[in-house]
Design a protein around this ligand. Structure first.
Ligand code: SAM
Length: 209
């Protein structure tokens, strides 16, 4: 994601009450941080946070954790959250590659919204639905593993279906035009732009029991 640098990025991020600075310390103990037993949902690659902030506002009985690799991107979400009071949302500034060092059988659902498609074959491992990433997610899920993906990118969508299927997931729901269905949830920044330009949003829900 190309993004202009926000002034005082480090100060904004470090002062955010939503950012968990030492996420590894909560491995196996995230429910104590939220102080309840509600389900925990992750969004990997949360970008500027529109989706996860809106989901947290609309679903107070679900705990949400946003994962984002880049500090200057997560700073945008921290800025939006400065005057927002949500006790069911946390964000972490890490690479998804380290998620199995941060969670232990705690997550019920992963959202992958408009993940980078990495179109070249030599980069296929970097797609967030590659076998490499699916094996990282394996131990962070509580029992049933559930992934919901939205994308505009046909190549990523097709490769995700194949990879999920090879890894033992079943595609339980699929749409080639999400916005023509009743499954619309909170909108992401990318989704908004694509939809305004008439691009159809691809959607799937995959489950592994
Ligand atoms: C194309 S943007 C989409 C942002 C947002 N989900 C949306 O739909 O508007 C993909 C985001 O995923 C983040 N990302 C990519 N690979 C990641 C990784 N391995 N771990 C964490 N975040 C990652 C990028 O930094 C970027 O912010």
């Amino acid at each position: 994601m190309r993004i202009r640098n926000l002034k005082n990025t480090d100060i904004i991020v470090n002062n955010s009450l939503y950012l968990v600075k030492n996420p590894n310390e909560y491995k196996g103990k995230w429910k104590s941080l939220f102080n309840n037993n509600n389900p925990i949902h992750l969004e990997i690659g949360m970008g500027k946070g529109n989706f996860i902030i809106d989901m947290a506002k609309n679903n107070p009985n679900i705990n949400f954790i946003g994962v984002e690799l880049y500090t200057n991107v997560i700073a945008r979400a921290c800025k939006k959250l400065e005057n927002v009071d949500l006790n069911n949302l946390k964000i972490i500034n890490v690479n998804a590659e380290s998620l199995n060092e941060i969670f232990d059988k705690e997550i019920e659902l992963i959202y992958l919204n408009f993940s980078d498609p990495w179109p070249k074959k030599r980069n296929a491992k970097r797609r967030l639905t590659s076998q490499y990433f699916l094996s990282i997610y394996e131990n962070i899920f509580k029992s049933i593993k559930r992934i919901k993906q939205k994308t505009d990118n046909t190549l990523l969508f097709e490769s995700s279906i194949l990879s999920l299927n090879d890894f033992g997931y079943k595609i339980e729901d699929i749409s080639l035009d999400l916005w023509s269905t009743d499954k619309i949830t909170s909108e992401t920044e990318y989704e908004h732009k694509f939809r305004e330009n008439g691009v159809k949003i691809l959607y799937l829900e995959a489950v592994k029991k």
